[in-house]
Design a protein around this ligand. Structure first.
Ligand code: NAP
Length: 333
């Protein structure tokens, strides 16, 4: 039986996930959608789905067995808590929530429910290249990982909508999560350095360099450049005791012409991670059909929230800002 899904938030990524769930993957049926903008919701509703007036109505509906949250971050907490109260599996786009206290409330609710219901949209964990990198590290042939370099470059960001805090409390969450996952370690402190600003970024604090200090002593350095112009460039390199494992920017098509041999660069995250998003939802559907969740958890969303908060403190203080996590509930073991 197809999993009956309700989608909250039918903006850019909500529409892309609706396309994925209806046209690419099997095992799912969208029965309801909702958005603050009722016209947008009605337009995005696929055949056989209706638009509800509110997220609460969608979450409680008998023909919604699982929920996908693609609204904006500040709305996630209430929608997540309603899903947990209804006992329904929920896929929530990043960020999990926008404050530490909100993350703790979601953790408490899920722990009280007694098992995982929430999966957070850190799609890099489902990317074939990142999985291959992790397999090499976990395989142990290169020895203990000592350092990780993470590069996160965007062509541009929307002027006026993307603020100076967002490289640190929005973009960085993907690098923070993938660092924790690759190194199987928690981040204990954060430091931020700001080089000369790019003239393409107008008033933005861009680029930024972030140091993530892992509990084990390993160090991650992250470059975030959000107006790099030439393409969407995501890279990683792990330095281990006896070797290096690297994830270069994924080349797409190779072009040979009178200018030489060139590889096209992805233009944005949809281009680069399209297969990862598909795999993320493939695995979520299987887990949700069993009434649960897999992959990135509420705990992982909480950790990313703490890193974003610490990075904002660090860019102001100039100091290494510590991160203190609460004890991990058993359901996230
Ligand atoms: P978007 O285009 O602005 O879409 C968000 C939609 O949700 C809008 O239609 C918005 O309506 C609606 N909305 C806002 N609050 C709502 C509420 N309380 N109830 C119902 N609908 C509500 O944004 P987006 O780019 O799709 O991003 C959505 C989420 O996905 C964000 O959390 C973002 O960080 C995340 N995201 C993740 C990735 C990734 O790589 N995993 C990539 C892109 C986005 P209004 O426009 O009228 O406010």
């Amino acid at each position: 039986m197809a999993l009956k899904i309700g989608v909250i938030g039918t903006g850019m990524i909500g529409q892309d996930h609706i396309r994925r769930l209806t046209q690419v993957l099997s095992g799912a049926q969208i029965t309801a959608v909702t958005d603050i903008d009722a016209v947008r919701a009605a337009a995005a509703a696929p055949a056989g789905a209706r638009a509800t007036n509110t997220p609460q109505e969608l979450i409680r509906a008998d023909d919604v067995e699982a929920v996908v949250i693609c609204s904006w971050g500040p709305a996630h907490e209430e929608q997540l808590l309603d899903c947990i109260a209804a006992g329904k599996p929920v896929f929530c786009e990043k960020p999990l929530v926008t404050s530490e206290q909100a993350a703790l409330r979601v953790i408490d609710a899920e722990a009280a429910f007694g098992r995982r219901l929430v999966q957070v949209g850190f799609m890099r964990r489902f990317d074939a290249d990142y999985r291959s990198l992790k397999a090499v590290i976990d395989g142990g042939t290169l020895g203990t990982p000592l350092m990780y370099k993470s590069v996160h470059r965007n062509v541009s960001v929307p002027a006026g909508l993307y603020t100076s805090d967002m490289p640190l409390n929005d973009t960085l969450v993907h690098d923070a999560d993938i660092s924790r996952w690759l190194l199987d370690d928690e981040i204990s402190a954060v430091e931020v350095r700001t080089p000369r600003r790019s003239s393409r970024g107008q008033d933005l604090r861009d680029p930024v360099m972030v140091m993530l200090y892992m509990g084990s002593g390993a160090i991650v350095d992250v470059e975030i450049s959000v107006n790099i112009a030439y393409g969407y460039d995501i890279r990683g390199e792990v330095s281990c005791e006896q070797g290096i494992a690297a994830l270069p920017n994924r080349p797409a098509t190779v072009i040979s012409d009178q200018f030489g041999i060139r590889q096209a660069i992805p233009r944005d995250w949809r281009d680069r991670f399209i297969d990862a998003y598909d795999q993320e939802f493939r695995e979520w559907i299987i887990a949700a059909q069993k009434g649960g969740a897999t992959g990135p958890s509420t705990w992982d969303g909480y950790a990313a929230t703490l890193v974003g908060d610490a990075a904002l403190r660090a860019v102001t203080s100039g100091a290494r800002e510590p991160i203190h996590m609460r004890d991990k509930p058993d359901i996230y073991a």
